[in-house]
Design a protein around this ligand. Sequence first.
Ligand SMILES: [Fe+2]
Length: 378
Amino acid sequence: MPSIGESRDAPRHSIPVVDLFGFEKNSADTERVVRDVRSALRDVGFMYVTNIGPLTHSHVGEMIDLSRAFFARDENYKKQFGDSYGNMDVKTGKRKRALWTHWGYSSFGEERFEANKIDQKEVFDTAKDLLDPLYDLPSYPDEFQLKWNEFTQFHRLCHETTHVLYRAISLSLGLPASALAGKFQWDRDAGGEELRFLKYPQIPGDVLNESAGTDQSGLVRAGMHTDYGSVTLLFQQDVGGLEVYHHPSSTWINVPPPPQDTPRPWIVVNTCDLIEHWTRGLYCSTAHRVRMPRTAEENKERFSIAYFAHANDDVTLEAVGGEEVAKRMWDGKLAGLPGHHSWNEGTAHVEDPSKVTAIEWLCRRMGKTRTWKYSSDA
Ligand SMILES: [Fe+2]
């Protein structure tokens, strides 16, 4: 299996590239894909995938252009669309009304993954249920409304892409291809899934210096974290900075920008907390970050789009079947399992995974990373 990128320290590790060409079309390619997915997710938890689903470079480019246009607007305009997570009751994980939300604009520092480090990013979050005409839609920014069909189509295609991945992941666990498909059904509740647009601005010259790396500075483009859902798709163009923590070697692996001249886009895929639970730690929720630029040459605006696949609200963290998952030791916590990221306090506190639902899990994690607090009175 080819791979690109490498850790900055020996021993060197890299991000595997999984080519889904021929997957489920012929047995040789299907077997290769399943083997490569398994190896990538066991060893790194991150992979590039290509030749998957209908998404094209043009789809991605159009959404990056939309994102550029929105983030170029002034702060007052963007803040009209401020984030409003507060409709969820954090104690019960229940939505207080159908239109809960994980929606809207967040400015610098509103989401923090590391104590005392301020994320240098702006985001705009969108969620599936807020595209549903049955609900009273919030007013989306002009840039989204102008490209409404393209935007909603992109969202839906991301969802379809994750289901191709679910099939490959299920097969890699020795399960029927459809085993994970039922965990997130588009026609049910939103289940915490989200399409996020991100901008990391250029850093002012007086701030940019060699010490502005993530390890020393109080600034970071995105602090170290794991993702909360099932799998994440990340679309990025030609500006790098993403790094993945390789737990067995305690090194950071650089994730270079993907080539742009391929027939289909390369998508960065990582497995997240829910899959870590469902597989009892066999496939880890791997920590990652976006480091600060280290040189003037690296100091460019970075735009990316993340699709966070999740699970329907009532899906639990209970392990999926499969011989290898069943064999894994389980004491009710992930801590202590090989590859577990012990710094991630969120995953260390699940007494009975069969009693914790996906939406409760989402509340636990988000309650720790927002600068404001959830309120059951919101
Ligand atoms: Fe992430």
